[in-house]
Design a protein around this ligand. Structure first.
Ligand SMILES: *[C@@H]1O[C@H](CO)[C@@H](O)[C@H](O)[C@H]1NC(C)=O
Ligand SMILES: *[C@@H]1O[C@H](CO)[C@@H](O)[C@H](O)[C@H]1NC(C)=O
Ligand SMILES: *[C@@H]1O[C@H](CO)[C@@H](O)[C@H](O)[C@H]1NC(C)=O
Ligand SMILES: *[C@@H]1O[C@H](CO)[C@@H](O)[C@H](O)[C@H]1NC(C)=O
Ligand SMILES: *[C@@H]1O[C@H](CO)[C@@H](O)[C@H](O)[C@H]1NC(C)=O
Length: 695
């Protein structure tokens, strides 16, 4: 016997020392236990409760089915008298006096273990009735002094769950004469703090949460313990494994089960309900039955990679004639990108509604409007809410979500704390349950949180599916808006997206697949920039426009380092030097170190610039050394297409790279051996990005 079980089950040890028969005699048979709950409505939470009860083989009697609930709601405590009323009537009917009754809430409760453990712990409590415990007193704080002191554990009674012998329970309820909307909590509390009644009924509270864990005010003391593919909540303060978990009060616990009802992942979130569940996928949709989906796209702030968002939207695997778009842009910044997308592709969609910044709607108002348009559109089957910063990598997201067959389900998107930036809802639920037109409004919560809060208050579960990988959320922080292509500056804030957009698709396999070429001795040539990166950088510089040369020429020569003047723009002139250094460090340094073994670089540079060659401006560059240990020469456009001629000749080896490839970098030693010249550009305009690394 380990210390662990010693701590948990002191009673077991005693029992293990006694003859087996004696032990068996003492144990209450599981058939004697009856679980009673009141549920006037079959909420998702109630179904979850039943699933967990069924999994552990509890026998459950449900009271109040189909009755109108008059016992108050979450927000208008106290209440719950109707519950006691129904319970009292039911126990009065019960004849088997040997019964053990567990009376428990069900909308926000799950079982974490079976009847055997529950009964054992009940017996160990050595009282006729055991209530769940609370660390906070509610609803009447003035009664605090009247509560018996406890040496350790929670001092107050919680009426959300209790277990006891039938006769004792009958006795306890006999005094009840309350109204439906009276507080059940207060009623039981008054019995508990009355010393005579407490003694005669023989009541205690489960103050160390051995049977019941109320989560209200206790989230800090509960952790999840994963073991053998199961998970159990553990109270670390009292070192107990509660049998019943009650997500009461403002705790937003949602616990869901795998298809086979083994708890998989539980997530606590303070702001919003989150539950993970492996779902049994439905049969795949067939072409003929695609429901009509309205996609709400919400742009609340300048956001990186908006053009990529729309490219991805276009690639979403779903018939476009079954899609309607609702786009709201709160800021003018992206409206050019939106209209160019709509101009090129808008007609593919069944319908497009665009609301620009001039509408003066905030995030909540636009979401409410979007939902309402779906609600009122009889063809609208689903509403997909998509914030512009969501990167939906999975082209099948829409189909997968529909196939989950849930009222509300969100794809799991990674970025902590922002899980609910997007979600998914069936219009049927918008019409039947979520009819409130101000679902997103709240005085204190942001629109997503307000939505979660309001939906949860209706007893509707929101699901997150993490069965597939769907994508991520961009950071919109530190997004500059003063450049032509602001996305170029995102290498720090959104490195993954930056790489996808700007790094050559074959870069990651240049080592593995030996894509690095050696056109001249110690000159390495490899793909690094995407086409778009090349275009954006050139466009950015042309937009900036301050090419050196003419009057500028002299000021461009810094301290004699730049000994061969070129027509160029230095990257620090467009505030791109930090980003460029990061690029060199991330994407060039590893290759340098591989190709020139034993050399390590931090990719320091004084000079990094884009050179422009034109026949009538500066067509070529005379032979020279570079002020660098090694040089990166990155071609930004394509010979034959954008210009004629060009290239680079290494004189010592009489070797030329005369057909530069767009997006490919040449890497060569700077001083001493690789004396080189820029070959004449004979037509068009040629651009190269040059970095003198480790000067
Ligand atoms: C529930 O009962 C069934 C059949 O009686 C049994 O196979 C199963 O193991 C029980 N489950 C638990 C968790 O005890
Ligand atoms: C809860 O009750 C309060 C007061 O009776 C009421 O204003 C509120 O609308 C109710 N909320 C819900 C979700 O029914
Ligand atoms: C409660 O009942 C148990 C027997 O079930 C008894 O041992 C215990 O002394 C009683 N406690 C009180 C305070 O009456
Ligand atoms: C979707 O789920 C409901 C229960 O929530 C079920 O009745 C219905 O058959 C399911 N639909 C499909 C196509 O399986
Ligand atoms: C990447 O490599 C593949 C062949 O391995 C080639 O077909 C493709 O064109 C390359 N991509 C680019 C952008 O050059």
């Amino acid at each position: 016997m380990t210390l662990w079980s010693l701590l948990l089950f002191p009673g077991v040890i005693v029992c293990a020392l006694l003859p087996l028969t004696q032990c068996e005699e003492q144990r209450i048979p599981e058939e004697k236990l009856l679980v009673v709950t009141v549920a006037t409505k079959e909420t998702d939470g109630f179904r979850r409760f039943l699933r967990s009860a069924k999994h552990f083989n509890y026998t459950v009697q449900v009271l109040g089915r189909g009755q109108k609930w008059k016992g108050g709601n979450y927000t208008s405590a106290p209440g719950g008298g109707q519950k006691v009323q129904l319970f009292k009537a039911a126990v009065e009917e019960m004849k088997n006096e040997e019964r053990i009754i567990l009376f428990i809430d069900s909308y926000d409760v799950v079982f974490a273990s079976g009847p055997k453990e529950l009964l054992k712990k009940f017996q160990q409590a050595k009282h006729k009735v055991v209530f769940s415990s609370e660390s906070l007193i509610w609803p009447d704080r003035h009664l605090e002094d009247k509560h018996p002191h406890v040496r350790e554990g929670n001092r107050f009674l919680g009426s959300g769950g209790f277990i006891g012998y039938l006769p004792s329970i009958k006795e306890m309820l006999s005094d009840w004469t309350g109204e439906d909307d009276e507080s059940d909590q207060l009623f039981f509390t008054k019995i508990y703090i009355d010393p005579a009644k407490k003694k005669s009924i023989n009541i205690t509270v489960d103050n160390k949460c051995r049977l019941f864990q109320n989560l209200h005010g206790a989230l800090d003391e509960v952790v999840l313990k994963f073991e053998d593919g199961r998970v159990r909540a553990r109270n670390v303060l009292y070192d107990t494994l509660p049998v019943i978990i009650h997500g009461n009060g403002e705790t937003k616990l949602q616990i869901n089960y795998l298809g086979n009802y083994i708890p998989n992942t539980w997530t606590f979130e303070t702001g919003c309900t989150v539950c993970h569940e492996d779902l049994h996928p439905l049969t795949a949709l067939t072409e003929s039955e695609y429901p009509l989906v309205m996609i709400g796209i919400f742009i609340q702030q300048p956001t990186p990679f908006v053009a990529v968002f729309f490219e991805r939207l276009l690639k979403l695997q779903y018939p476009k004639n079954r899609l309607k778009l609702f786009i709201h842009s709160q800021k003018a910044h992206h409206e050019g990108q939106i209209s160019s997308f709509l101009q090129d592709h808008g007609s593919l969609y069944e319908d497009v509604r665009l609301f620009g910044h001039e509408e003066d709607m905030d995030g909540a108002a636009s979401r409410n409007l979007g939902f309402d348009m779906c609600r009122k559109d009889k063809d609208c089957d689903y509403f997909l809410c998509l914030d512009i910063e969501v990167v939906l990598k999975n082209e099948n997201t829409l189909k997968i979500l529909i196939e989950q067959n849930r009222s509300i389900v969100a794809p799991m998107i990674t970025r902590p704390g922002r899980l609910w930036s997007n979600f998914w809802g069936a219009a049927s639920i918008l019409r039947s349950e979520l009819t409130d037109q101000e679902l997103f409004n709240s005085h204190i919560l942001d629109p997503d949180m307000a939505y979660c809060h309001n939906v949860r208050n209706k007893g509707i579960f929101m699901y997150v599916t993490n069965v597939h990988s769907f994508g991520r959320i961009l950071s919109t922080e530190n997004y500059p808006t003063n450049h032509l292509h602001n996305d170029l500056w995102q290498i720090f804030e959104n490195p993954e997206d930056w790489q996808e957009r700007y790094i050559h698709e074959n870069y990651t396999r240049i080592m593995k697949d030996k894509l690095i070429e050696t056109p001249c001795p110690d000159v390495y040539w490899f793909p690094v920039f995407s086409d778009i990166a090349c275009n954006h950088l050139v466009e950015e510089l042309e937009n900036f426009g301050k090419w050196s040369g003419g009057d500028n020429r002299d000021t461009r020569i810094q301290g004699g380092y730049e000994n061969v003047p070129t027509i160029d723009i230095h990257l620090n002139q467009i505030n791109f030097d930090k980003e460029w250094q990061k690029f060199l460090l991330e994407y060039i340094a590893p290759i340098t170190e591989k190709m020139y073994p034993g050399y390590y670089t931090k990719a320091q540079f004084d000079l990094a610039f884009v050179v422009r060659y034109k026949p009538d401006e500066q067509p070529s560059l005379k032979p020279h050394h570079d002020a660098s240990t090694f040089t990166i020469n990155l071609a930004l456009n394509q010979v034959g297409l954008d210009y004629q001629g060009g290239g680079c000749r290494f004189l010592r080896y009489d070797c030329s790279v005369d057909a530069p490839r767009k997006g490919w970098a040449l890497m060569h030693p700077g001083r001493l051996t690789h004396y080189h010249e820029g070959l004449p550009t004979t037509a068009g305009v040629r651009y190269i990005a040059v970095s003198f690394v480790d000067p």
